[in-house]
Design a protein around this ligand. Structure first.
Ligand SMILES: NC(=O)C1=CN([C@@H]2O[C@H](COP(=O)(O)OP(=O)(O)OC[C@H]3O[C@@H](n4cnc5c(N)ncnc54)[C@H](OP(=O)(O)O)[C@@H]3O)[C@@H](O)[C@H]2O)C=CC1
Ligand SMILES: O=C(O)C(=O)[C@@H](O)[C@H](O)C(=O)CO
Length: 277
């Protein structure tokens, strides 16, 4: 089997990151090592986890057993809301490293702004300190709205490299993507497949038939051709392989626009201004 080579994007600090990674939200820790092992064998080198997922240890086991050198991997984790604040974030980072069995992450994100806590700027300062100490290769945010981005950019000395936000055909989050671009921040799409909800759309299945690909591959290709980073999740080996087999076809501008037309304000997760969990 030929293992696909995933293209990279260059972050605003010069670090390169695979444009396609593997997400592990909702994968129980004791199933995570198997899923990540399958993903690594299929060619994924970027893994997206978070402290709140409770499966950093499973990711760490898969990495340790893979025989793949650490330099070839790109590991992302996220500080959870309960650990926001300068000192708590520094501790949370060490805890994530210990569970993952590594001495550094490639990307560390603030998971949600939780604006009511008024702690995300202090949390950002902790990420800047970890970055200044050379213990993480890049830092970024997740679920940040334009106003939250403005505040960290104004208060901080490092511009976030990435903003990981909900983004799929039914919810294209265009205001946030535009704000990211204006700051030189790359947009990373979470739930890029809308957890499967857009895969049955007649137009998507028609495009899939036209290209001899699957609906998931068409949607992931739509993301990639617009320069976004994507991190589809699957625990199904055939889908894990399918979701990285994207580099032998391309969509036309008309086909991209047809998928754009599926926008229906179909947010599936909470609005970041209203998520305080
Ligand atoms: N920062 C944040 O707040 C958030 C970050 N994330 C990150 O984004 C990642 C991806 O998002 P997620 O919410 O998991 O949703 P996705 O859009 O990646 O969809 C995952 C779902 O789609 C199914 N699926 C995957 N591939 C295919 C396929 N080829 N054909 C049909 N069905 C498929 C999976 O099923 P199965 O597994 O059974 O194969 C699973 O049910 C997460 O794992 C996490 O890393 C997600 C949510 C929020
Ligand atoms: O998956 C994530 O990364 C999330 O932050 C969310 O899905 C969050 O944990 C949640 O469940 C919101 O309802």
């Amino acid at each position: 089997m030929t293992v696909p080579t995933v293209p990279t994007v260059t972050l605003n600090n010069g670090v390169t990151m695979p444009q396609l990674g593997f997400g592990v939200f909702q994968v129980p820790d004791d199933e995570t090592a198997a899923a990540v092992t399958t993903a690594l064998q299929a060619g994924y080198r970027s893994i997206d986890t978070a402290a709140i997922y409770g499966n950093e240890a499973g990711v760490g086991r898969a990495i340790a057993d893979s025989g793949i050198s650490r330099e070839e991997l790109f590991l992302t984790s996220k500080v959870w809301n309960a650990d926001q604040g300068y000192d708590a974030t520094l501790r949370a980072y060490d805890a994530s490293l210990a569970l993952l069995g590594t001495d550094h992450l490639d990307l560390y994100l603030i998971h949600w702004p939780t604006p009511r806590k008024e702690l995300f700027v202090d949390t950002w300062r902790a990420l800047e300190q970890i970055y200044a100490d050379g213990r993480v290769r890049a830092i970024g945010v997740s679920n940040f709205e334009p106003e939250h981005l403005r505040q960290v950019v104004e208060a901080g000395s490092v511009v976030p490299a990435v903003n990981q936000v909900e983004l799929h055909p039914a919810f294209q989050n265009r205001d946030v993507a535009a704000a990211d671009a204006a700051h030189g921040i790359l947009t990373e799409a979470w739930s890029p497949l809308a957890q499967g909800a857009v895969l049955g759309e007649a137009m998507v299945t028609e495009l899939a038939t036209r290209h001899g690909k699957t609906p998931a591959q068409v949607i992931l290709r739509w993301h990639l051709q617009q320069g976004r980073i994507v991190i589809p999740k699957s625990v199904t080996p055939s889908r894990i392989a399918e979701n990285i087999d994207l580099f032998d076809f391309s969509l036309t501008d008309e086909e991209l626009a047809a998928i754009d037309s599926l926008e229906n304000d179909g947010r599936t997760g909470p609005h970041p201004d209203e998520f305080h969990g």
